[in-house]
Design a protein around this ligand. Structure first.
Ligand SMILES: [Zn+2]
Length: 371
């Protein structure tokens, strides 16, 4: 058997890196064009994020008819459960939920766009509405924030970018580990479309969240980078992963330290964890990130572990979740706190109240000069 010959002549020449006058290698990133107050505010206090959108939508007990509204009354398939569609068919409900979270004390609210990507909306055959959903959702959140903003407490809209139901690095087929149902390029395109519409709708920052596949997140961050190049804008980015089991790994297999090292090149404003496990089980991983990250740390857990018997699907009451987050804050672990699945405006009000006088986490000593 002969080994294939090494063929240096067949290797394409590697082009020298293109000079980029906007951001020369090693230079500081361009200043933020929106949300520019955020770094300064984060030095002063712990900022409060909102709670779950889905949990609040559940409270309205909407049926198929309400999800459809008049515009989609004759749509070819069922759309109940497509929460992002409500930004088009029941915008008053989405606005009301945003305002409840702002009244509860949220400094930052998330757009109703977790699943508003072409890839995710494909499940409802509504992929062609993805851009419109993002645009309208951003406008709703923008209007709510503008209503509640004061010079003492400015409010910010975070464009929520979810993981999509397809993953770039995990096989959907147990018998074929190499199988994939999406690609980096498809995800990058779908995220670009989402992010551009969010930008056009007036968001102040982006939140790439509930990450369980690092490669999906890389596609989202790549798309944001392209969007910033194309638009001349630069917005703060929050990155938030989800540790799905007690081994302390995200679903695509990384520990939180590996996860941080995979994505820190994006120079996020914040890095942290949300969703699964709930605060109590999330603590060791937040503590690890608090030591590792040369950026601010965010934490917005579920209201404990899921309980199908409970009304919201989760058990923790506002006093429990807020007491857990208060302990995180007292230990100097967090800069932004809020809630994920099962949390409500009552949870957010309790969290805002209990963290009010607690000093924000400071960056680890060896990074401090860069803060
Ligand atoms: Zn969640």
């Amino acid at each position: 058997m002969t080994l294939p010959a090494h063929q240096p002549d067949a290797t394409p020449a590697i082009a020298p890196p293109k000079a980029n006058p906007a951001s020369p290698a090693g230079a500081a990133p361009r200043p933020y064009t929106r949300g520019a107050q955020l770094p300064e505010l984060l030095k002063q206090r712990i900022l409060i994020l909102d709670g779950a959108m889905g949990t609040m939508i559940q409270r309205y007990k909407l049926g198929e008819t309400e999800y459809r509204g008049t515009r989609f009354a004759a749509f070819e398939r069922d759309v109940k459960g497509n929460n992002e569609l409500l930004s088009l068919t029941q915008p008053q409900i989405i606005s009301e939920i945003h305002e409840k979270y702002l009244a509860a004390g949220s400094d930052i609210i998330e757009t109703n766009t977790f699943g508003a990507t072409r890839v995710a909306q494909g499940d409802y055959r509504m992929e062609d509405l993805a851009a419109e959903m993002n645009l309208e959702s951003a406008r709703l959140a923008r209007a709510a924030c503008d209503k509640y903003s004061t010079p003492e407490q400015p409010r910010f809209v975070a464009g929520a970018i979810g993981p999509t139901p397809k993953t770039a690095s995990i096989s959907p087929d147990v018998n074929d580990p190499g199988a994939r149902n999406t690609s980096f390029d498809e995800l990058r395109d779908t995220y670009y479309e989402q992010a551009k519409a969010l930008l056009d709708g007036g968001v102040d920052l982006f939140l790439v969240e509930t990450i369980f596949d690092t490669l999906n997140a890389k596609a989202a961050l790549f798309a944001l980078d392209e969007l910033f190049e194309d638009s001349g804008e630069r917005l703060p980015i929050m990155i938030s992963g989800t540790v799905t089991d007690a081994s302390g790994r995200i679903l695509s297999g990384q520990t939180v330290e590996a996860f941080w090292n995979s994505l820190r090149h994006a120079k996020p404003l914040t890095f942290g964890l949300n969703c699964a496990l709930g605060a109590a089980l999330m603590r060791p991983y937040i503590a690890e990130l608090a030591k590792l990250c040369d950026c601010y740390v965010s934490c917005y857990p579920n209201a404990g572990l899921p309980n199908p018997m409970s009304d919201t699907g989760f058990d923790e009451t506002p006093d429990v979740t807020s007491a857990l987050l208060k302990e995180f804050a007292d230990a100097g672990l967090v800069n932004i706190a809020g809630g994920c699945c099962g949390t409500t405006p009552e949870h957010i009000a309790a969290i805002a109240q209990s963290l009010k006088t607690v000093k924000p986490r400071r960056w680890p000593q060896h990074y401090r000069n860069a803060a």
